[in-house]
Design a protein around this ligand. Structure first.
Ligand code: AMP
Length: 410
């Protein structure tokens, strides 16, 4: 269904191939605490190197607010990558990313060699504002470009989008890599061509971040489940008192509209029927708390809903068990606290137990599924939180749009 050129359709042997990866991994004191994103990039790197390409990898890491710094260097990624590949990875420790030092390393590459450039965000606005100069410098290093950074595909940055124009100008190919292909096919099939019933589950704190996702998924799914902090604005819109629970006053009308839309379309919109409440937000977040359960329409004025309650767990789990496709984004409660993680865990468990196609939309829900050890029970766990949300909104991702269209005869 992906109508874009893939890495299987480009010339590889002897060619310099620039690959945009998403190596934005969590680092603690220089140590990578989760290498999922590096592992996810391996099939593309192995293929390009194995087929005799000269593989030039690039990525961002972190937000890089204060210019180049060792804490956001990709050096640790190069080491981990080398271990995982069992093959030498040459790290070009050049804060400018491109320039004579980098060009010299690339010029010395043999077929199959792998080079990793420094953090593209070390170039500041050159990268994040899709600067033409930096885009061309990157393109000058290579013959063709493969974008495999699904987690960055929603950003029109130089190393994701800008570079493709200059690769095209010199007659090179702009393809998507295996990870991009897999992500788009899983997310795309789940939303556009789902086996039904299709149940979509949304959670997390901020409803404002997910307005378009709610609206788009309501059109595509059979049942939309809403949990987490964002559910309370819906409950308020139903006329319930929600105590001190999270509320976005400005979105009450929107929630009403969505409930009407669900009814008009004949879709089931499931909201929490009970809540695990506390007196205040735990500080620190994993501090021991005194919890008390209440029906969703009986939350006392001085308490806040922090997780879905046992009746809601049953309701949501039943819908998940009857589904043939389930897509999930966002926790059901303040899952960082073990006492408030039961709802999130129950959803993950119900998904792990079904034979349905199960897709986890990155971010917190992916972290929860990994932590709980259910990762291998899911059909697909997206590596991109923001990107998968934009995908679920039905938006086109700039990093995908920028790739060459599939040749007509293919
Ligand atoms: P988001 O970034 O919008 O996906 O939200 C994720 C965050 O939502 C997590 O850090 C959770 O702790 C938080 N969250 C989930 N449920 C609630 C709730 N009922 N009240 C406050 N925060 C919540």
């Amino acid at each position: 269904m992906l109508n874009k050129k893939t890495e299987d359709q480009i010339q590889i042997k002897g060619k310099r191939i620039l690959v945009r990866c998403d190596f934005n991994v969590p680092l603690k004191g220089g140590v990578i605490t989760d290498d999922t994103r590096i592992r996810a990039a391996l099939p593309t790197i192995r293929k390009l190197s194995g087929d005799g390409g000269k593989v030039i990898l690039c990525s961002h890491l972190g937000k890089v607010k204060n210019g180049p710094n060792p804490g956001e260097s990709l050096a640790a990624v190069a080491v981990r990558l080398e271990e995982l590949l069992g093959k030498k990875v040459t790290f070009v420790d050049n804060d400018n990313v491109t320039g004579p030092e980098t060009t010299a390393v690339v010029n010395a590459m043999q077929e199959g060699d792998i080079v990793l450039l420094q953090n593209t965000r070390f170039r500041g606005a050159d990268e994040t504002k899709n600067g033409e100069g930096f885009s061309k410098e990157l393109a000058d290093l290579a013959d063709s470009f493969v974008c495999d950074a699904f987690g960055s595909a929603h950003r029109a940055h130089a190393s994701v989008v800008g570079v493709t124009k200059f690769i095209s100008e010199k007659g090179g190919d702009n393809a998507v890599g295996y990870l991009m292909e897999k992500e788009i096919n899983f997310l795309g099939n789940a939303v556009e061509n789902p086996k039904r019933p299709f149940v979509a589950i949304l959670g997390g704190a901020k409803i404002a971040d997910k307005l378009n996702v709610i609206s788009n998924l309501l059109e595509k799914c059979d049942t939309l489940i809403i949990g987490g902090g964002m559910a309370y604005t819906f409950l308020k819109a139903k006329g319930y008192e929600i105590g001190k629970s999270l509320l976005d006053e400005t979105k009450i009308d929107y929630c009403r509209e969505m409930m009407e839309k669900a009814e008009k379309l004949g879709k089931t919109l499931l909201l929490p029927v009970d809540a695990v409440t506390t007196e205040s937000f735990p500080d620190p977040i994993d501090a021991k708390v005194k919890t008390k359960n209440f029906a969703a329409d009986e939350i006392p004025a001085d308490r806040m809903g922090m997780d879905i309650g046992p009746k809601t767990i049953k309701l949501f789990s039943k819908a998940i068990k009857n589904a043939k496709t389930v897509v999930w984004n966002g926790p059901m409660g303040v899952f960082e606290n073990p006492q408030l993680a039961k709802g999130t865990k129950a959803v993950a468990e119900a998904m792990a137990e079904t034979d349905a196609v199960t897709v986890i939309g990155g971010g917190d829900s992916a972290a929860a599924v990994n932590q709980l050890g259910f990762a291998d029970k899911m059909s697909h766990i997206s590596t991109g939180g923001g990107a998968s949300l934009e995908f679920l909104e039905g938006k086109e991702l700039p990093g995908v749009v920028a790739a060459d269209d599939m040749p007509a005869e293919a």
